[in-house]
Design a protein around this ligand. Structure first.
Ligand code: C2E
Ligand code: CA
Ligand code: CA
Length: 403
């Protein structure tokens, strides 16, 4: 039978690889059949056992290539056969970027398979590591992430989640214009977990959808309590994870909640990060729906992600939030100062509001005000606070804090 360079021909009864060898390649069966057997050599008194018979289109020999352990079985041609030979690097390179959770699940499956087929005392049962991973600890982290996702699913129901509210103020007089709702998780088993740790886990596991709804609900109720106490109008900003734009009912549920409370839909601001716009089609539809419903959208951490001026002109975005990393060294680093100035100008040209995040000292506030920035947020004014405290802050007497 004629074969090409990347193929190998096997006569009936010929062995492709032996149990116990290292995995130097994996194979696709192009024609013929391969028998997968253990105990072929009768070592250790083990009986010959046929595990499987594979035909054209089947992949074989993959396990030893991926987990880098000895072949768990022998492959023998049942009749004349041709296989395509695939180098381990081809597969390992493709797998290198896979989600660590995929690796962990795959590793567990491989371990179980080996446990089923191995001879007594043979083969390690430790999980194997993805390429590029240096430590078993990485795999433990993956398990912990899965555990955390399971805990997060019940966190709201157990009363472990709460929102804090950080005022957004007018520059320079520090009058409170609105609040940003920021989520906190006080886990019964782990203690306080920062959002930078648990939000990505919730997002990857999809429980960000119910959590996101819970946050929106709480924030709308908080706004309903804050507004009658405040002298002027107030807005509430909530953070929307990229995954949430796929939640079809979210926007309708939120607007219904606002109407139910008698709040102008425009007084709820939805903060998204630039990464959300990577799926431009879905994000574009979502932004147009927000506009149609009257909801206001802010682009958070502006300048740190996928900054494309195209989407600013194409889609309805109301506010740009200058990222804290530019504000923090605005007084020392001319490049950061220039970026802040450019974003403020951009906002003016495009008719958008601009909010500077992370203002920690009066020098930063002064410079931003001189540049024409009219809204800011940061520890200089207020830290995130519980609703009770926010309520005392917005009483007409306590509403502004000139500096
Ligand atoms: P973010 O949306 O950029 O929120 C601003 C973060 O900066 C908050 O951190 C806030 O506490 C912190 N911050 C505010 N002013 C200052 C300051 O002057 N100095 C410094 N050093 N930090 C300041 P936090 O609360 O830890 O939240 C971190 C991130 O977690 C948020 O960044 C947001 O991306 C995410 N997050 C928080 N709550 C939610 C939520 O309800 N849903 C979603 N999807 N993400 C959330
Ligand atoms: Ca935000
Ligand atoms: Ca931000």
């Amino acid at each position: 039978m004629k074969t090409r360079a990347h193929e190998r021909f096997l006569k009936a009864g010929e062995c492709l690889f032996h149990e116990g060898e290292s995995g130097t390649a994996l194979y696709i069966i192009e024609c013929g059949e391969m028998e997968i057997v253990t105990g072929e050599n009768g070592h250790d008194g083990q009986e010959r056992r046929v595990l499987n018979v594979l035909g054209p289109g089947s992949l074989l020999g993959e396990l030893a290539v991926v987990d880098r352990r000895p072949r768990s079985a022998t492959a023998i041609a049942r009749n004349d056969a041709v296989v395509t030979v695939i180098s381990p690097d081809t597969v390992r390179t493709r797998l290198a970027g896979a989600d660590p959770v995929h690796w962990r699940v795959f590793s567990a499956m491989a371990q179980h398979f080996r446990a089923e087929t191995r001879r007594t005392g043979d083969a390690s049962t430790a999980p194997f590591l993805p390429p590029g991973s240096s430590a078993e600890a990485d795999m433990d982290d993956v398990l912990d992430e899965l555990r955390m996702a399971a805990e997060l699913e019940h966190a709201a129901g157990r009363g472990e989640l709460r929102l804090l509210y950080q005022p957004i103020v007018a520059l320079p007089d520090a009058e409170v214009l609105g609040f940003e709702a920021l989520l906190r998780w006080n886990s019964a088993s782990r203690g306080p977990v920062p959002p930078s740790r648990f939000i990505p886990v919730a997002e990857a596991a999809d429980c960000i959808l119910p959590i996101g709804r819970w946050c929106a609900d709480q924030a709308v109720q908080a706004l309903a309590q804050l507004r009658p106490v405040a002298a002027g109008s107030l807005y509430m900003s909530i953070n929307i994870a990229a995954r949430q734009i796929a939640d079809d009912q979210f926007l309708d549920a939120v607007t219904a909640g606002l109407r139910h409370q008698g709040i102008d839909v425009g007084d709820l601001h939805l903060e998204i990060v630039e990464r959300t716009l990577l799926d431009e089609r879905a994000a574009g539809d979502w932004l147009l729906r927000c506009r149609a419903l009257g909801l206001s959208v802010a682009l958070d951490d502006f300048g740190t992600g996928y900054s494309s001026l195209q989407y600013l002109s194409r889609y309805p975005i109301d506010t740009l939030k200058i990222d804290r990393s530019f504000v923090s060294d605005i007084c020392q680093e001319p490049k950061s100062a220039n970026i802040c100035r450019a974003v403020i100008e951009l906002g003016k040209v495009l008719g958008m509001q601009v909010v500077a995040e992370g203002i920690e000292n009066p020098g930063q506030a002064r410079l931003l005000t001189e540049m024409g920035c009219t809204q800011g947020q940061g520890w200089l004014y207020h830290r995130p606070m519980p609703l009770d405290e926010a309520l005392t802050l917005v009483t007409p007497a306590g509403c502004s804090m000139p500096i």
